[in-house]
Ligand binder design. Structure first.
Ligand code: CA2
Length: 145
């Protein structure tokens, strides 16, 4: 069976590597996705990388994942802290969900300390920079067996 995994990135993460490198590092989202695609192939995962600045688009992709994917890795960006819609969508998905944050949201402003998505996530990786994405894929590979 194909082990399709969606790697979803939310708002502003298309700017990775272009602003605030002291928080988010120097690698671009294209760099991160390219490295993840290579790792995924080695792990036997069929990875689909998607980024949007729009909440509804992220919800639509999570709905697509219901029939098309076995796991979701998601960095919802600032929607982590606001979006019950993304949480509700993830609650309709049956497989493992791993939440990634590049920064340590608990060491930042109080409004970043709570994530709605965490309630649904099987695992959360934060504060590991963009290395969090490959760590999440390794966890997914373990969970999918
Ligand atoms: O640490 C993370 O990964 C975040 O999800 C990133 C979000 C932030 O709102 C969350 O609280 C934590 C923001 C992404 C902003 O991305 C940028 C990347 C490069 C330059 C500027 C912004």
């Amino acid at each position: 069976m194909s082990k399709r995994v969606y790697l979803l990135n939310g708002p502003n993460l298309n700017l990775l590597g272009q602003r605030q490198p002291e928080i988010y590092g120097a690698e671009t989202l294209a760099d991160v996705e390219a490295a993840c695609l290579i790792l995924a192939r080695d792990l036997g995962l069929d990875l689909r990388c998607l980024q949007s600045n729009y909440e509804g688009q992220l919800v639509d992709w999570i709905h697509e994942a219901r029939d098309d994917a076995q796991a979701v890795v998601i960095n919802p960006g600032a929607y982590s802290h606001t979006s019950i819609a993304i949480l509700d969508a993830l609650n309709t998905f049956d497989g493992p969900v791993i939440e990634v944050h590049v920064s340590n949201i608990h060491a930042r402003e109080p409004f970043r300390h709570h994530s709605y998505v965490t309630q649904r996530a099987q695992g959360v990786i934060l504060g590991c920079g963009v290395e969090g994405y490959p760590l999440a894929l390794r966890r997914v590979a373990t969970l999918l067996g």
